[in-house]
Design a protein around this ligand. Structure first.
Ligand code: NAP
Length: 493
């Protein structure tokens, strides 16, 4: 197990104590370089008030901190602070003060020798850790993985360290930035004694997560050698809500598993990492839904039909690929519209998501017309799926001619929260009030096209039920168990 260590990064001791009260971590690191100067004379009182093991750290600017005084002022400050009997003191690998080391020995303060690399993962990482271990009780490296291959190096280094230092638990190893996030969650697999977390809303370093996120969402203190690892790969991926679906599901069913977001730049390197960590399965999102197919040993019918794989599961037969977007899209639609066979459907957009939508509608017997800004993409998708494809202008003309559809599915990214430009791809659509309008965008919950349909008295469906249903289907593929639906906190989104 890796301990949760809260980084105390406020400018007063009182505010830091408040963060401790709100968070109750296993231990904390007091960053005295971030304190207002008048606070410094009270640092030695802090350990008694905190009541948990503390790391004393005064990080220089050159090492990513805020300390701008001289080395001798820093030494004096640390010596005075140590009167408070801190359990640990962080000293950089190149710190040469003998007085600090002697004082630490006398007070039984364990020395953590550390280095930070904000540019990458040094090729001599293991050697540097070994060298530091001669000068301290624990060693710490905080490095910046530049891609998934660097992340693999971290996990390999952690495993090697554990094998070469059995039972010592004297390594702190973590990756900063987006690529490093899994090393913070899976700190136990990095053989890291602790993982750092921030008070809510006060990220202390790139990639830091809050204590609540690490403890309650990822249940980091419960991760052990038997924990099964699942996840999601994409780029970017850290905004994903999928961990908020899968992790509570594991917890409610008592499954020892964790679902981790992996920012992935190189799919082949990720499969290497997946083998190294024995990852049991993962979701796939933009831009990797196609690229993962090269690595699959088996694909279900939907992946082949849609040419897109959003779920990968390790099985005895190798890596198996599935597409749960198809069922995820259909379930809410069928429960609202009933039998689809024979109904007319207009699909707006012809991107990645439209592929699953069109395949599902055609398979269920709908008469589908695709309308897209780029007509050639609509035509290409239509000829693949056996339906018709046109430009948005054609849909406008159809409105003038009085043509209407039973079902209108909006699959373009227009209207999605955070996108620039128009908020409705078909502002000219004239709803009769008898159609069902399904926008697969899930933020915002009610898009402009949905609002216009509602105003006309039509039935509407948003994208959240699809997101949930495709995840529930994934959960079943991952675990063999039905998702405990009450676990999904996504209704509050
Ligand atoms: P995509 O592959 O990038 O396709 C984007 C589509 O939007 C294309 O058809 C594009 O037309 C069209 N488009 C973009 N800007 C436009 C504009 N200004 N006017 C008209 N059309 C425009 O994206 P995607 O992966 O299909 O995702 C589309 C949306 O579906 C996203 O909002 C995503 O969040 C949502 N989605 C939801 C779920 C769910 O579970 N609810 C699942 C998957 C996706 P061109 O071909 O002309 O570029």
């Amino acid at each position: 197990m890796s301990l949760l260590c809260l980084t105390l990064c406020r400018n007063t001791l009182a505010a830091n104590l408040e963060d401790l009260k709100m968070n109750t971590p296993h231990m904390a690191e007091l960053r005295i370089d971030l304190l207002d100067p008048p606070e410094r004379k009270h640092i030695s009182d802090f350990p008694a008030r905190a009541g948990i093991p503390l790391i004393l750290t005064c990080r220089k600017k050159a090492d990513g901190g805020e300390w701008s005084g001289t080395d001798s002022e820093r030494e004096s400050l640390l010596l005075a602070a140590m009167a408070g009997d801190f359990d640990y003191m962080d000293l950089e690998e190149d710190e040469t003060s003998r007085r600090l080391v002697a004082e630490a020995e006398q007070r039984n303060t364990r020395i953590i020798r550390s280095f930070h690399d904000f540019k990458g993962v040094p090729s001599d990482l293991m050697q540097r850790l070994e060298a530091m271990s001669l000068k301290g009780d624990l060693v710490k490296a905080a490095v910046m993985p530049r891609g998934i291959a660097d992340l693999l190096t971290l996990f390999k280094t952690g495993r090697q360290w554990r094998e070469e230092n059995p039972g010592k638990n004297n390594l702190i190893l973590l990756g900063m930035g987006a690529f490093g996030v899994p090393s913070r969650i899976l700190a136990q697999r990095c053989a890291s004694f602790l993982t750092f977390c921030s008070p809510a809303g006060a990220e202390a370093a790139p990639g830091h997560m809050s204590r609540q996120t690490l403890e309650e969402l990822y249940r980091v203190p419960e991760i052990d050698d038997d924990t099964q690892i699942f996840g999601i790969i994409g780029n970017p991926v850290l905004h994903t809500r999928s961990p908020h679906i899968h992790n509570p599901g594991f917890q409610d069913l008592g499954i020892n598993a964790v679902y981790v977001p992996f920012t992935v730049d190189d799919v082949s390197a990720f499969f290497e990492l997946a083998d190294f960590l024995d990852i049991r399965g993962f979701s796939t999102t933009v831009p990797h839904k196609l690229a993962v197919r090269e690595h699959l040993d088996r694909e279900d019918e939907a992946v082949q039909a849609v040419s897109s794989c959003n779920t990968v599961v390790r099985s005895r037969k190798g890596w198996e690929g599935f597409n749960t977007d198809v069922e995820g899209f259909l379930r809410p639609l069928i429960s609202r519209a009933g039998v689809l066979n024979g109904k007319t459907a207009a699909v707006i957009g012809a991107g990645g998501a439209a592929r699953a939508v069109v395949y599902a509608l055609v398979r269920e017997g709908c008469r589908v017309s695709i309308f897209n800004r780029t007509e050639s993409r609509a035509a290409a998708l239509a000829s693949e799926m056996g339906c018709s494809g046109y430009s948005l202008d054609k849909l406008r003309a159809e409105m003038d001619e009085g043509e209407r559809y039973d079902i209108v599915v909006q699959t373009s990214s227009v209207g999605m929260h955070g996108t620039e430009g128009p908020s409705n791809p078909v502002p000219f659509y004239r709803f009769t009030g008898s159609e069902l309008v399904y926008d697969i965008i899930y933020t915002p919950p009610v898009t402009e096209i949905m609002q216009r349909a509602l105003d006309a008295g039509a039935a509407v469906l948003g994208g959240m039920p699809m997101l949930r249903e495709q995840a529930f289907e994934q959960f079943l593929l991952f675990t063999g168990a039905e998702y405990p639906r009450k676990s999904s906190g996504m209704d509050q989104e």
